[in-house]
Design a binder for this molecule. Structure first.
Ligand code: PEP
Ligand code: MN
Length: 337
């Protein structure tokens, strides 16, 4: 149930409402907007039905939530969420670009890449220390050593770091080194992992699973948020379809659909969506044009030698060109890069 308070409702009235909800064994989630405060009562529907919310002082209206996702829904939180990572604001006017190699490698490519993407205007560094590889014989990532390298690159460049966590047992370690977690497509419905990152206070870049519907994707965000962490960034990274010309099919419509359904920021990862460096620039432009709040792009000094995903990875010069090309498109939709 969504309970909308009167504009003049006092803090005492809000607290009383929260007490009524929690005394009934339900959870109260408060969302304070610029004009209104909204409270979500979440839990056993049969208990929610028994509470006469409109009789409680300070309450203007109550609306049953029909969607299965509640905390992630735009009904619960009407204004778009803005997520801060240091000086960066995700979901605001600026389009945030996170770039870097697919894997953190045992050489100096990470640092070289961090310097190059920063010079080109990226605000975040991406790179996997824990890699979900289809084959158990492929490079699995450097683990903690890779996290240390990411953290060193942050120290030198000031870029914020986002990196994948694959296992509930590693969440605490990744939290210590990174500025944001990434949950990969293959773990989009690993409910224990989603719950675990939900207990921490760092943003979560949640990739869409290759076969998850938008509704399932939003339910995955709900898993994270239900544990207290409301800082989830939805990342469309392509889905599996019958088409084989690209690695996946970028579901560009997911961007406006997600913005309609949720207040959470939406990113696009054209690298994993296409699997082919040739299409990254055009799809980045399309993503910005249709409202993406940011991009996640794979970049490496020498993609031919990259330890994973070289075919979809941009060289520095091509990435710089991409950053230049997205500026006028961002301006055309009232945003900046
Ligand atoms: C990645 O970002 O390197 C990655 C493995 O992405 P996804 O989970 O989207 O395949
Ligand atoms: Mn990759």
């Amino acid at each position: 149930m969504i309970i909308v308070l009167r504009p003049e409702a006092t803090e005492e009235e809000l607290q009383h409402l929260i007490d009524v909800i929690t005394d009934a064994g339900l959870q109260a989630h408060v969302s304070k907007g610029t004009e209104r405060t909204i409270v979500g009562a979440i839990g056993d529907e049969s208990k929610i039905q028994l509470i006469p919310f409109t009789a409680i002082p300070g309450v203007e209206n109550c609306i049953p939530i029909l969607k299965p996702y509640k905390l992630a829904s735009r009904e619960f939180h009407r204004e778009r969420s803005r997520i801060k990572i240091g000086d960066i604001e995700i979901g605001g006017n600026e389009i945030i670009v996170a770039a870097g190699p697919c894997s953190v490698e045992p050489n100096d490519t990470l640092l070289q890449t961090a310097r190059a993407i920063k010079a080109a205007g990226a605000k975040m560094l991406r790179g996997g220390a824990f890699k979900p590889r289809t084959s158990p014989y492929d490079f699995p990532g450097l683990g903690e050593e890779g996290l240390m390298m990411l953290s060193d690159a942050r120290m030198e460049t000031g870029l914020a770091v986002v990196t994948e966590v694959m296992d509930t047992r590693d969440v605490e370690m990744v939290y210590r080194y990174a500025d944001a977690f990434q949950i990969g497509a293959r773990n989009a419905q690993n409910f224990n992992l989603l719950r675990e990152v939900g207990k921490f206070d760092k943003p979560v870049f949640l990739k869409r699973g290759m076969s998850t519907t938008i509704k399932e994707f939003l339910m995955a965000a709900e898993y994270v948020m239900s544990q207290g962490n409301k800082e989830v960034i939805m990342v469309e990274r392509g889905i599996r379809t019958f088409e084989t010309a690209t690695r996946n099919t970028l579901d560009i419509s997911a961007v406006p659909v997600l913005h309609h359904e949720t207040h959470l920021p939406v990113f696009v990862d054209p690298s994993h969506a296409t699997g082919n460096f040739r299409y990254i620039t055009e799809l980045s432009l399309a993503s910005v044009a249709c409202g993406a709040d940011g991009l996640l792009i794979e970049v490496h000094p020498n993609p031919e030698k990259a330890m994973s995903d070289g075919a979809q990875t941009l060289k520095f010069a091509k990435f710089e060109m991409l950053m230049d090309k997205i500026k006028p498109v961002a301006a055309a939709v009232g945003r900046k890069v």
